[in-house]
Ligand binder design. Sequence first.
Ligand SMILES: [Zn+2]
Length: 76
Amino acid sequence: MNSCPLCSAKLVKKYNKNKRHIITLKGEFWVKERVLRCRNRECPGHALSFRAEDFQAAIIPYKIFGLDVILHIGTL
Ligand SMILES: [Zn+2]
């Protein structure tokens, strides 16, 4: 997501989350998520936080293993 869903203005960095160590079926990674906000100060999206949907779908909060590892173990 590169543009605001409310006004289509460009999204800019709001803050970076702390680095996380994640183990997936593709290997081990250190990841740092960048949280975005709308650059348009008149838009309600300026006060909101936009997070990476793909990243949120691949991890489990407070867990080191990715969702793909948990699903793989479940199928074994
Ligand atoms: Zn906006």
